[in-house]
Design a protein around this ligand. Structure first.
Ligand SMILES: NC(=O)c1ccc[n+]([C@@H]2O[C@H](COP(=O)([O-])OP(=O)(O)OC[C@H]3O[C@@H](n4cnc5c(N)ncnc54)[C@H](OP(=O)(O)O)[C@@H]3O)[C@@H](O)[C@H]2O)c1
Length: 320
């Protein structure tokens, strides 16, 4: 299938998801207004999929950007695919709708296109964006899921899915008695150093779309990324493949993922890089270069969230 920036994957619930999405997470020192400007510019360039989350603390600004591009006639609401994420402190079934409504209110939108559980583990309820101190909770995510199903039935979200679930957790959800809707996607870290081949195969077998984050090797935010971890875009093999195609390492890192049938999220608040990242649709990696890039896998995670390691639902103790 030839891919363009307008290509959308059909989800098993019949809705469609653009194959490239704009990531909007930025560290606390980045002015929130940068996200507004970048999102507006991205929509002008043709990005239609915006990935955000309650916990990023910027849904007011990202919503403002989306609404301004609707108001000026650049896009219609139905052309935008907005993903929001239920933060772990709203996992108690009676809080799920409250968590969703907090996002809708910040965004000033009537519905989300996709609403996903941000992680499989729950935290004690909190009433701010502040996740410190971390207080583990023990809400069964299957009960949280039933509340997400009710949000879909209420028309507040078009599709529901999960993020950072391992295979065992997906299996538990899929075999939940009375399951009404399967998750349409699992959003996970995915890049040339973590190619997730087993999880991808499993998700494909269940018609669950994999959505990739940290595809460029993350923003290397010092709060959650080990500064000694290798810089993905400086990888010599990646750079040499990029050189062959006269492309940037970022474009090749993204293209690799798209050719796997995985949806790619990439964050940039820089106009030139936002534009460059759409270059992924103008070239194709040949099978030998795909194999070469597969060979870079080293099961390396940038987003380990080690602070959650003791939680019984921490997903990364399992192989995949
Ligand atoms: N579900 C989850 O738990 C989860 C976890 C992490 C992330 N996410 C989502 O996934 C998105 C992407 O992940 P991420 O932000 O961690 O990392 P990323 O997209 O892998 O990398 C972002 C970094 O790459 C830089 N960049 C962008 N385009 C570039 C290019 N062409 N050449 C060189 N550098 C480039 C950006 O800087 P500039 O902005 O300066 O261009 C930024 O520092 C997030 O924003 C968020 O929406 C979800």
């Amino acid at each position: 299938m030839s891919l363009t920036k307008d290509t959308r994957l059909t989800l098993h619930d019949g809705n469609t998801m653009p194959v490239i999405g704009l990531g909007t997470f930025a560290s606390a020192d980045v002015p929130k207004s940068d996200g507004t400007e970048a999102t507006k510019f991205a929509i002008d360039l043709g990005y239609r999929h915006i990935d955000c989350a309650y916990v990023y603390g910027n849904e007011v600004e990202i919503g403002e950007a989306i609404r301004s591009k609707i108001a000026d006639g650049t896009v219609k609401r139905e052309e935008i695919f907005y993903t929001g994420k239920l933060w772990c402190s709203f996992f108690s079934p009676d809080l799920v709708r409250q968590g969703l409504e907090a996002s809708l209110k910040a965004l000033q939108l009537d519905y989300l296109d996709l609403f996903i559980m941000h992680w499989p583990f729950s935290l004690k309820p909190a009433d701010t964006h502040n996740t410190q101190p971390i207080a583990f909770d023990n809400v069964d995510f299957c009960l949280t899921w039933e509340a997400l199903e009710r949000c879909k039935d209420a028309g507040l979200v078009k599709s529901i899915g999960v993020s950072n679930f391992n295979r065992r957790q997906l299996e538990r959800l899929l075999s939940k008695p009375g399951l009404k809707y399967k998750p349409v996607c699992n959003q996970v870290e995915y890049h040339v150093y973590l190619n997730q081949s087993k999880l991808l195969e499993y998700c494909k077998s269940k018609d669950i779309v994999l959505v990739a984050y940290c595809v460029l090797g993350s923003s290397r935010d010092k709060d959650w990324v080990d500064p000694s971890s290798p810089v993905l875009l400086e990888d010599p093999v990646l750079r040499s493949v990029a050189g062959k195609y006269n492309r940037s390492p970022a474009e090749v890192a993204m293209r690799f993922i798209l050719q796997k049938g995985v949806v790619v999220l990439a964050k940039s608040f820089n106009p030139a890089r936002l534009k460059q990242n759409l270059g992924v649709f103008d070239f194709e990696l040949n099978p030998e270069d795909m194999d070469t890039l597969d060979g870079l896998n080293r099961n390396l995670r940038y987003a380990k969230l080690t602070v959650m390691k003791q939680h019984p639902e921490y997903p990364f103790h399992d192989e995949y």
